[in-house]
Design a protein around this ligand. Structure first.
Ligand code: ADP
Ligand code: MG
Length: 246
């Protein structure tokens, strides 16, 4: 049995992964509490995306433990992990280009869920999502392939929410999208938090992270070098200089 704090929804313990012979993650231990937004920070190539993939069960060669809602998911397949209520928005946008915005959302729909203590997780409908993402509401009949990159990014997040997740993994939500969309992404993350959804997001950008996150882990070369409340990180020039691109 893993050593869980009572409110911890997601936890990794001494996670190691390899791509072929290349050892990428080294004993990564982290946790996400209920209601928290946690930033996984570090420069390009630090291992942020690999950590999220490993949590989702997408890294075949790995050791260590991952637990979600007090269940060991270390050996679960990605679809099984997703079905238990762990949402994942990968770096590359994966929308259905031929389907409209509304159809994309309907495809993502899954049953309602409960937190381990029996309280209901937020239930998402396309109407509720269009309030959160007014842009998407205005283009609900447009084909996914005819949207901008940032709009597609929002649609991917919205479709993931249609699965009513308890925790969402967001891989660099602010990367390569226009400032207006970045602002909507930040608003969306804060709205999710207000609804009780926990988020683990990977991020290089301290400005975006400080806007949305409560706490941060800092990765370098596949190892967690530092963990701090976001507020402390903002005052810590040494850590910023050593591990972040600021
Ligand atoms: N498919 C892959 N095959 C081999 N090495 C990879 C692959 N994907 C990523 N890597 C390597 O793993 C390390 C971590 O990458 P990644 O997790 O993508 O970092 P980040 O998301 O922090 O930029 C890097 O050294 C990268 O070159
Ligand atoms: Mg990445």
């Amino acid at each position: 049995m893993m050593n869980m704090t009572p409110n911890s929804l997601l936890q990794t313990q001494e996670l190691n992964t390899w791509y072929g012979a290349a050892h990428i993650l080294f004993d990564v231990s982290l946790q996400v509490q209920r209601g928290e937004v946690v930033a996984l920070m570090g420069r390009n190539g630090a291992g942020k995306s690999t950590t999220l993939k490993a949590i989702m069960g997408m890294m075949t060669k790995r050791s260590g433990q991952v637990s979600f809602l007090n269940r060991d998911i270390s050996h679960a397949e990605p679809y099984q992990v997703a079905r238990q209520g762990l949402g994942y928005v990968p770096e590359d946008r994966r929308i259905f280009r031929e389907l409209t915005v509304l159809e994309n959302l309907r495809v993502g729909r899954q049953p309602a869920r409960l937190f381990p203590d029996g309280t209901p997780a937020p239930l998402w409908t396309h109407e509720k999502l269009f309030k959160l993402f007014p842009n998407l509401g205005e283009m609900q009949d447009r084909a996914g392939g005819r949207m901008s990159g940032g709009e597609q990014q929002m649609l991917t997040v919205a479709r993931t929410l249609m699965s009513n997740p308890l925790v969402v993994l967001l891989d660099e939500p602010s990367e390569g999208v226009a400032p207006l969309i970045v602002e909507q992404m930040a608003d969306m993350i804060l709205a999710l938090k207000a609804e009780g959804v926990s988020i683990l997001l990977s991020e290089q950008n301290l400005h975006f992270a400080q806007w949305v996150a409560d706490r941060a882990y800092i990765l370098e070369k596949g190892q967690i070098r530092h963990e701090a409340p976001m507020q402390d990180l903002l005052d810590d020039e040494e850590v910023q200089r050593n591990y972040l691109s600021v």
